[in-house]
Design a protein around this ligand. Sequence first.
Ligand SMILES: C[S+](C)CC[C@H](N)C(=O)O
Ligand SMILES: N[C@@H](CCS)C(=O)O
Ligand SMILES: [Zn+2]
Length: 342
Amino acid sequence: MGLKTGSSTYLADFLRQCGGYAVIDGGLATELERHGADLNDPLWSAKCLVSSPHLIRRVHLDYLEAGANIIISASYQATLQGFEAKGISRDEGETLLKRSVEIACEARNIYNDRAGKGSWDDFGDGTGLKRKPVLVAASVGSYGAYLADGSEYSGIYGDAINVKTLKDFHRRRVQVLANSGADLIAFETTPNKMEAQAYAELLEEEAVNIPAWFSFSSKDGNNVVSGDSMVECASIADSCKQVVGVGINCTPPRYVKGLIQLIRKVTSKPILVYPNSGETYDGEKKEWVASRGVAEEDFVSYVEKWCEAGASLVGGCCRTTPNTIRAISKVLSSRSHRGGLN
Ligand SMILES: C[S+](C)CC[C@H](N)C(=O)O
Ligand SMILES: N[C@@H](CCS)C(=O)O
Ligand SMILES: [Zn+2]
């Protein structure tokens, strides 16, 4: 696709190919559950890598068909340590990690084949591209995600955990995913500054040769969930040369605009946002509490404002669906056609 892997302009180049704005997919776990998967398990969505990989492929495909330009693999809660606790060997665990990316690549191939045979033979937008540009991002969830108790929404890890233990925790998984065929690594739902620092050091120490984005979650609109400052977290991402995008995910939509403005202060890297529906997660029951959820139309009404504030990649996280992504895609493609103005 002519994108240079080691380049700091990787995501900017991709955005140009997409016409200025790119669509990220929606909640993967949400859709797996809607199709009947039981994710009440320490591996959460990664359980499907073992039990129903075909379902993962189907959900990726649904998101591509809904308009996604970036699909995120099912490796969010897939860790070698989590697999080992289930009696899955290191080798098998590494195979499952790679498999998560292969499944997403298979979905992209199926999508491209179908599109090639279909009625549209030009992507339009004067780009001359014959097909919609699609990237596969390998998800890396936090240490808190591995704990499987919703700790990624507190970011409080206790005194025993420091930057070094976090680097050791993530090291092998990051190495495996970096060599899995993914286009980039999506560090998602990052809850604190220490983990962002660990990711940045790891990317450098391991000389990871695919780009990454750092995405944080917040529950107050100023700080990441642990209480660490959003601005400080975004600054860590900005200083890491392999990081090509910075953003916010799995955060209630109402906080997102203000957070974009904070991130904007400290980076000129592309900003990505893929909020959740605004509901709250009960980590014990592994259920979402339908408190202050935002209906799909309302979610979409925010999209223009996020773009005006500086976001150029928009999608959805937990509790968003292909319908949400279809609606986001409509807004973004009309913005692309208007040349990003208004
Ligand atoms: C982003 S949360 C909804 C993921 C699931 C959580 N780590 C759990 O295992 O309960
Ligand atoms: N990408 C993850 C959620 C991160 S909070 C998933 O949807 O499975
Ligand atoms: Zn989420």
